[in-house]
Design a protein around this ligand. Sequence first.
Ligand code: NAD
Length: 244
Amino acid sequence: MADEEKILKLQEIIDRSERIVFFTGAGVSTESGIPDFRSPDGLYNQKYSVPPETMLSHSYYMSNPREFYKFYRDKMLCLEAEPNKAHRKIYELEKAGKVLGIVTQNIDGLHTKAGCSKVYELHGSVYRNYCRKCGKLYRPEYIKETQGVPKCLCGGIIKPDVVLYEESLNDETVENAVNAIENADCLIVAGTSLTVYPAAGMIRYFKGESIVLINRDKTPVDSAADLVIHDKAGEVLDKIKVNV
Ligand code: NAD
């Protein structure tokens, strides 16, 4: 199918769907300047003495908090990033009453920054931070501006509310996300390699009509989708009109 035909088919699917769920990953934010993990210019292909998967693990955070925070501040805390065309079109569709939820693996907060309200952040958000000792909440700017390991007034160490490797997902977020996916009539999976579990496995709960995949590279579920578009999510979604 030619590219234009695919956009037309996507438009038809979106027009006839009333309960769309978007399932997004790091690829929807690369057009906002935030690197993903697995693209050729992604973080996993840059050279570090300790692999990013290790640096972003719970045990590394506990044993090497200073190095963890250096990497986290440099690569994960992108507070200046702005929503791109993908985030903005998803918001327009939500505003038009066509979106049941946005289930995201991203921690960058860009769906919320674009205005979306039904966002289920499976891996947490850099915008929330808390003291591990007393629970006091801290703004992300505090983490960005401090040096070394950010500490609370009580002396406790602050932790970003992001799910590190070896940590489990938040039960309530998972329940809400599964509920949205189960009740969707259309699932649009965008910008994810679908390799990080358990998040990637959640799309199996979908039992609606159409699955669409918008991803620059191939994914393990391409063959199961009704429509596959290997292109940039922002550029593709920008071509979609919001018809109600
Ligand atoms: P990933 O790096 O494994 O895969 C990203 C996918 O997006 C790739 O398949 C790539 O082809 C595709 N892609 C890149 N740019 C694209 C674009 N403009 N349009 C469409 N597709 C594009 O990322 P993942 O699947 O989300 O899983 C890895 C983990 O990455 C997640 O757990 C997430 O928490 C974490 N992460 C998040 C951010 C963020 O919050 N922005 C950034 C890096 C990593």
